[in-house]
Design a protein around this ligand. Structure first.
Ligand code: FAD
Length: 387
């Protein structure tokens, strides 16, 4: 005897089946769409990207732009101007990563440009500038980060203050605004050491000359000759003189730690409230031992023991982020921002003490339960970690 189909005994099942038959005959067959949502989500938010270096553009003596396209020739996920990708590289036996802001605008959908400045003795920037060639495939995270324009909270009158390679997220933003004719005013105040160090100098001057909504003020701290740009540092006096209607502006800061600390104090002198200042921290501090709160008894070169639950024991240096120390031993953590913000590297510390550099956005509950952000955590005693 044929068994009755149990589904037919469910109230309303026959009605739904009839509706589906009609849809299949006269309208969309929904079974065809199965998986379409997952595919779209995956395209917009992929877990990782394979990017081929399509072109390398020399910007200054110390800076190059790597133009990255999807290795499979497919589309790249969209992003907000100001966001970054975290690029993974294998250097010797070490797998590590560094975040780089996308300097191309989001209206240019065929590629992501990243613009890398050489950090003297830098581990990854030197590799990207000296070793990477066109055709090479790099892996990265999808675009991430919070330094982008939010019209509701930031308004349409913006001042970008950058130093060195900190100009890259602003380049993406101002390219988008000028390319698309967006109703937004931008004043870029851009500090460089010398005239030759100004990244995108010609393009910035050209765009500023052509677009009313863009003003660019270059500030050179060590000028080689009498030039057309302002000289010195980005002080309160300079900002008061150059930026009109200060009270209405939203300030975005990006650059090395020393610059944003300095400029923040100058903005405070101008009574700019903290809520009108947005900051992107460019990774760990150059010298963590100079940070307020660093214990006097610990020197950068001191080494501490790390013990893992599997019994592995090794040493790491106090003066570099724990994440780097772990990478040197072949342990690569999940990470995106490497600047204390994204929380992906959150790790349980079961014994010992670390020093968190400023910028580590540790939740109160994490601090109470012993979680740390190894990208900005520095060992200041022997440690036991739950990796
Ligand atoms: C959100 C964000 C966006 C950024 N955007 C840009 C950008 O657009 N352009 C740009 O130029 N920079 C950008 N940066 C900075 C960039 O991520 C790097 O910090 C910078 O390129 C310097 O990296 P580096 O490895 O060369 O230097 P460092 O990180 O200073 O390299 C030295 C460090 O590498 C580690 N190291 C050295 N040798 C080893 C080894 N054998 N194994 C493991 N670790 C080792 C050590 O910890 C040492 O302290 C951005 C940073 C952030 C957070």
């Amino acid at each position: 005897m044929k068994k009755p189909d149990i589904k037919t005994q469910i109230d309303g099942y026959a009605d739904i089946q009839r509706e589906n038959d009609i849809l299949r005959k006269y309208a969309l067959d929904r079974t065809v769409e199965k998986g379409a949502v997952a595919a779209a989500v995956n395209r917009l938010h992929p877990p990782g990207l394979e990017l081929r270096v399509a072109r390398i553009i020399s910007e200054t003596a110390s800076t190059k732009t790597l133009r990255l396209v999807a290795a499979d020739g497919g589309p790249l996920p969209p992003f907000q101007a100001g966001q970054y990708i975290n690029v993974f590289v294998d250097i010797g036996s070490v797998r590590t990563s560094r975040p780089y802001s996308i300097s191309s605008p989001p209206n240019q959908t065929a590629y992501y440009d990243i613009t890398v400045r050489r950090m003297p003795d830098g581990f990854v920037s030197v590799y990207l500038l000296d070793e990477v060639a066109t055709g090479q495939v790099l892996t990265s995270t999808a675009p991430a980060g919070n330094l982008y324009h939010n019209p509701l909270f930031h308004g349409d009158d913006l001042v970008f203050i950058a130093r060195g390679s900190g100009v890259t997220p602003f380049m993406s933003m101002l390219r988008e605004v000028t390319d698309r004719g967006l109703d937004r005013r931008i004043h870029l105040v851009y500090g460089s050491r010398s005239e030759d160090d100004i990244i995108f100098a010609a393009e910035l001057r050209e765009r500023a000359a052509h677009y009313d909504q863009l003003k660019v003020t270059m500030v050179i701290s060590e000028p080689s000759s009498e030039g057309r740009d302002l000289t010195g540092f980005i002080t309160a006096e300079l900002l008061a003189e150059q930026v009109d209607d200060l009270g209405r502006k939203m300030f975005y800061l990006c650059g090395p730690e020393v610059m944003y600390k300095y400029v923040q104090a100058e903005l405070a002198r101008l009574d700019v409230p903290g809520r009108r200042i947005r900051i992107e921290v460019y990774g760990p501090p150059a010298d963590v031992t100079a940070q307020p709160g660093w214990p006097d008894s610990v020197r950068a070169q001191d080494r501490f023991t790390v013990t893992l639950p599997d019994g592995a024991v090794f040493t790491v240096a106090a003066g570099e982020p724990l994440m780097n120390g772990l990478e040197r031993t072949g342990r690569t953590l999940n990470t995106c921002c490497r600047s204390g913000e994204c929380s992906l590297c959150r790790t349980r510390l079961t014994a010992g003490r670390v020093f968190h550099a400023p910028g580590a956005k540790l939740r109160k509950s994490d601090a109470i339960s012993g979680y740390i952000h190894p990208c900005l955590a520095y060992p200041i005693s022997d440690l036991e970690l739950m990796l």
